[in-house]
Design a protein around this ligand. Structure first.
Ligand code: NAP
Ligand code: SF4
Length: 663
């Protein structure tokens, strides 16, 4: 079904069985006491799921290169010993695995960070010190030592992290490398450090060891390398001994989304093509490749020789095996929300996955076949109910899923209408398919009575929420609509729109109103034009010097909330900035500290700091949070029905799975 994807790839000393690499992810387990055991289980499941080559999360070659205050290093024999269970488990599962060696440079969140020059990053309060020549040479030796130790630990190779603005990128970029010695100045001098790192790793680890080099194929920062310069770096890295070139997109401080939902599927594969044209070793495309047909198209077009999927393997550990079997409907697709993976990393929690709560909990959340088959009623077919019904039925229970509307999905059916959130439709389809395969009975347009529920051994209430209706005078005015009515398309908004409430849904509603044209989230060309990315080979950082084009919003939007403090703090850590940037670019007005007086024909009457104002409004959208919807009492409550205050799909799906595992 996917002929290019399942072609073997001969690397000379080893043949990979297919073209699918599981890309590196920070799992948050690297530095934990039980980390190696949990990582071994996590990677082994993905190897069993037929990833041809897995790359671990980043491990530093020395203290200065650490990402945070916790030690995640491979620099001693003891480290190599500690790592041995990981490659062993992966090999036992029939896979291969490479250790990622990552030196954070000025991106490290600790006091001892270094960089080619003492230029602070805009995303880090800590300033680096300029590396001395001796430090540079010792760092190259540390990379080589890590490579040798990785081999000793049993890894099949390493990935040298040379992109995303980490130390190796920093050496290449005049914006950070302002040195006047032989490590700075000309491109040849600036690329000396990464080239020497690869050369030293090759010597230390031997010829029959995979060295993937993750190169910045598109920098997306001012003063970043051009496509022509990147091609020259790629050639030099190949010559230094790399086996494969993987793609990195954008520095972490780039102001353009690179993996969030706003990025179209496979939206950066064109940048990998530049590498492919420059070198003879295989190149790997990356970023937002979440479905087998997307991966297949990239290979068929000749943009790359392999594809890297990272979060896709969090969402479904058996992604590759299912694709090989042609079971597209059985694949749990990553929806690019970042909510349980990357966002977790920044709050010190282990990575998991919203749509696959078992990810990262392989040793903790075990779905064993039940020894006592029960009749289970799950009431509500939103994220919590879907998750619970699927797992309970797969465990062997006799499950009936009741849904009062005509379709499964609950809040996901509203979410999928937001530009960039179309992927939610995949999750609904996937869970519906699992439920069908596990032979659970689904009753749509059916609210069960207490009498009906009396026939079940277990009743799970997953009835979700109802939107809160604040007691503002005039709330029944004809201009007032609920967010659900608006997003479902039942209401056409006027020119002047006021949004009451500025949580995740208030922001979503604003995005919905602004971006009625969804092309920028679906088509790579439209995305590039929207964000000011150009394919001119000489353009620094791949950016249009004029910046993104001006916005032409169809509505004048004012968003307001009662509390003080900044807007958007409840949005995702790694995605909220994209939404804030879009709203700012479209001139959305934001009012905080608002007291609501009334709503009438003139608009929304408010007071801010004691000053009375009227904000003209043809449409007032209420996004003021939710209340739990509990039509009756039940022993088991999950998702929004349990707690509406923190309504969120991550908690809902986890609660559904945990409860089903325990029934
Ligand atoms: P929310 O985050 O709780 O925000 C509710 C908003 O309504 C707040 O701005 C609050 O601000 C206001 N509000 C609360 N009670 C009010 C009242 N009685 N009168 C007037 N205003 C009131 O709820 P949400 O926006 O509905 O989002 C629900 C959940 O969905 C979030 O917790 C999030 O997990 C999830 N979600 C996330 C995203 C995302 O991150 N992109 C998107 C969609 C949904 P004041 O109290 O200051 O007025
Ligand atoms: Fe993908 Fe979201 Fe799961 Fe992360 S949490 S792997 S982004 S679906």
């Amino acid at each position: 079904m996917y002929p290019h994807l399942f072609q073997p790839l001969d690397l000379g000393f080893v043949t990979l069985p297919n073209r699918i690499l599981m890309g590196s992810m920070h799992t948050g387990l690297e530095a934990r006491a039980d980390g190696m055991e949990r990582l071994a289980a996590f990677y082994a499941e993905r190897a069993k799921g037929s990833a041809a080559l897995i790359v671990t999360g980043g491990f530093s070659p020395n203290d200065a290169g650490e990402l945070g205050p916790h030690r995640a290093q491979v620099s001693t024999k003891a480290d190599a010993e500690r790592h041995k269970p990981i490659p062993r488990a992966v090999h036992d599962a029939g896979g291969r695995i490479a250790l990622q060696v990552l030196h954070s440079g000025r991106y490290g969140f600790h006091q001892g960070i270094v960089a080619p020059s003492a230029v602070k990053s805009s995303i880090n309060p800590n300033a680096p010190h300029e590396m001395s020549t001796d430090e540079i040479e010792r760092t190259i030796a540390a990379f080589a030592a890590s490579a040798a130790l990785a081999r000793e630990a049993g890894y099949d190779g390493i990935e040298v992290m040379g992109s995303e603005g980490y130390l190796l990128s920093q050496f290449l970029a005049p914006r950070v490398n302002q040195r006047m010695d032989s490590w700075g100045g000309s491109l040849e001098n600036r690329m000396r450090f990464p080239v020497e790192v690869v050369r030293a790793c090759r010597v230390a680890a031997g010829d029959d060891f995979i060295i993937v080099y993750r190169i910045s194929a598109l920098e997306l920062v001012e003063g970043g390398l051009s496509a022509d310069e990147i091609a020259l770096v790629a050639k030099a890295i190949e010559k230094a001994g790399a086996t494969l070139l993987n793609t990195g997109i954008g520095w972490h401080e780039a102001k353009i989304p690179t993996i969030a939902q706003a990025v179209p599927r496979g939206g950066f594969a064109w940048a990998t093509r530049n590498l492919k044209q420059a070198v003879n070793i295989p190149v790997i495309a990356s970023n937002r490749i979440n479905a087998p047909e997307v991966a297949e198209q990239i290979l068929a077009r000749g943009d790359a020789d392999m594809v890297s999927l990272a979060r896709a393997f969090l969402a479904d550990e058996a992604f590759a095996a299912k694709a090989k079997a042609g079971d597209r409907a059985g694949i749990n697709i990553c929806i690019a929300c970042n909510q349980a993976c990357l966002d977790h990393y920044f709050i010190g929690q282990p990575a998991s996955c919203v749509v696959n709560p078992r990810a990262g909990r392989e040793t903790q959340l075990v779905f064993a076949a039940t020894k006592m088959r029960k009749r289970v009623a799950v009431v509500g077919g939103g994220p919590a109910g879907l998750s619970c019904a699927a797992v309970a039925a797969e465990r062997g229970h006799d499950v009936v899923l009741f849904e009062k509307s005509g379709e499964l999905g609950g809040q996901f059916n509203l979410a999928k209408r937001i530009p960039g959130k179309q992927e939610f439709a995949e999750s609904v389809a996937y869970y519906a398919e699992r439920i069908r395969r596990a032979r659970a009975k689904v009753l749509l347009n059916h609210s069960p009575t207490q009498v009906e529920l009396g026939e079940f051994d277990e009743v799970v209430l997953a009835t979700g929420i109802e939107p809160r209706k604040p007691g503002i005078p005039g709330i029944a005015h004809r201009s007032v609509v609920g967010y659900a009515e608006l997003l479902s398309g039942r209401v056409q908004p006027g020119t002047n729109v006021v949004i009451i409430g500025a949580g995740g849904i208030g922001f979503d509603v604003a995005l919905y109103l602004l971006e009625r044209n969804e092309r920028a989230t679906l088509e790579p060309e439209a995305f590039a034009a929207h964000w000011g990315i150009v394919r001119d080979r000489a353009a620094a950082g791949g950016l249009d010097p004029k910046g993104p084009p001006p916005a032409h919003p169809a509505h004048r939007i004012t968003m307001m909330k009662r509390s003080a403090g900044p807007f958007g703090t409840t949005l995702g850590r790694t995605t909220g900035w994209v939404h804030r940037a879009e709203l700012a670019r479209n001139g959305v007005a934001m009012l905080k500290g608002v007291e609501y007086r009334r709503i009438d024909d003139a608009g929304v009457h408010i007071a801010v700091d004691g000053e009375e104002r009227v904000i003209a409004a043809d449409t007032v959208v209420i996004c003021a949070g939710q209340e739990p919807l509990r039509p009756f009492a039940a022993k088991h409550l999950i998702g929004g029905a349990k707690l509406a205050g923190e309504l969120d799909a991550k908690r809902a799906m986890l609660e559904g799975a945990e409860l089903a595992a325990a029934l």
